[in-house]
Design a protein around this ligand. Structure first.
Ligand code: ACO
Length: 323
């Protein structure tokens, strides 16, 4: 059977580093509050000339270099983002053009913080269905552009950035010994819209709007939703948490990550945490974390890796893959 195997990973961060203490000059907050409640110590914010497309392009180029491939080798781009450069065309198509690609096809996927997990499963379905051979799967965001910088309960939580992987269709034998995407579980429930949304839009206000979140309410649902979808993925693959090499969760809040890992019985040393460095970069957070853990030698070829995310909608999902 065909498996979607990771050939390369890359990332890109904006040039402007903003520490917690820097935010204390904008809203009434402190490094102590932010670290204690979220684990975040710093984030990178896009300058005027940095956009979702430019960050996504840089991450895509880094992933291609890591894979030893060029844009000519790619025939599908799936970009997970909630902060596109324009309402249309899809920012994926802009990235395709920036890469000098005039073949294949590209489109955006919108599942907020779960976007990358949804995009990986989508690209996997296209590769297994024979519609493409090699896919760039990108998560890229500029959430700083939709934050209300007078709302301390949200503006301290998010950062900008991008991460990408190259997935390639390869023959597998159909067991979990295969490399590539092995199992996945996706969910959404629109009845939670008011807990995490942007208060503007094309068809309603004709404005971009600002992010609004009832943080405590999101927190209350997060751990249960995350663990449910991971247990479904473990069930599909017929594995237990002990067999995992690495858990790469969405990086929204260290307390949510810790509580989820504890409930699932995943040892602390197997959890990749980058929320302290990047803040919550929405759809970029999982590929950014992947690129850090591959670059520092933790994630290696053959490792069993679990990706997970939960975000606005609500949307949530998990992907199990062998690196
Ligand atoms: N600095 C200082 N004090 C603050 C700040 C701040 N930046 N923000 C809020 N506070 C205050 C509040 O006003 C409140 O004060 P009060 O008790 O006097 O009313 C107090 O701190 C506690 O506020 P809570 O909201 O209860 O704090 P909590 O411990 O819940 O932490 C947080 C808030 C970090 C937002 C947490 O609820 C959280 O992480 N929620 C989940 C976020 C998430 O995972 N989102 C999903 C992904 S995002 C996406 O999909 C786009």
């Amino acid at each position: 059977m065909i498996r979607s195997v990771v050939r390369g990973v890359g990332a890109s961060l904006p040039s402007r580093l903003v520490k917690n203490a820097d935010l204390a000059g904008i809203v009434e907050t402190s490094d102590e509050w932010i670290v204690q409640r979220t684990g975040i110590r710093q984030r990178y914010l896009a300058s005027h000339d940095e956009t979702t497309a430019s960050l996504g392009e840089a991450a895509a180029r880094a992933a291609l270099d890591h894979a030893g491939l060029t844009p000519a080798d790619i025939d599908l781009i799936v970009l997970a983002t909630s902060t596109p450069n324009n309402t249309f065309p899809a920012t994926a198509v802009e990235i395709q053009n920036r890469l000098g690609m005039h073949h294949g096809f590209a489109f955006d996927m919108q599942a907020v913080c779960s976007g990358f997990v949804f995009a990986v499963t989508t690209a996997d379905a296209y590769l297994r269905g024979g519609l493409a051979k090699r896919a760039l799967v990108i998560g890229a965001e500029t959430f700083s552009r939709i934050l209300d910088w007078s709302d301390r309960s949200t503006c301290v939580l998010f950062g900008d950035g991008a991460g990408a992987i190259v997935l390639e269709a390869q023959e597998g034998i159909g067991t979990i010994a295969d490399r590539g995407v092995l199992a996945a579980s996706l969910r959404s429930d629109g009845s939670h819209k008011e807990k995490l949304y942007v208060d503007g839009g094309v068809s309603t206000t004709q404005t971009v709007g600002h992010l609004r979140m009832e943080g405590r309410e999101v927190f209350k649902h997060a751990v249960g939703m995350i663990t449910d979808v991971i247990e479904a993925t473990f069930g599909e693959a017929k594995i237990t948490a002990d067999e995992l090499d690495w858990f790469v969760p969405h990086q929204a809040n260290k307390r949510i990550i810790d509580a989820s890992a504890r409930k699932l019985g995943i040892a602390d040393e197997k959890v990749v945490v980058t929320v302290d460095q990047h803040g919550n970069t929405s759809a970029a957070s999982v590929p950014l974390a992947l690129s850090v853990a591959v670059a520092d030698g933790r994630i290696k070829k053959g490792d069993l890796v679990l990706l997970e995310a939960m975000g606005g909608g609500f949307t949530w999902g998990a992907v199990l893959l062998r690196w």
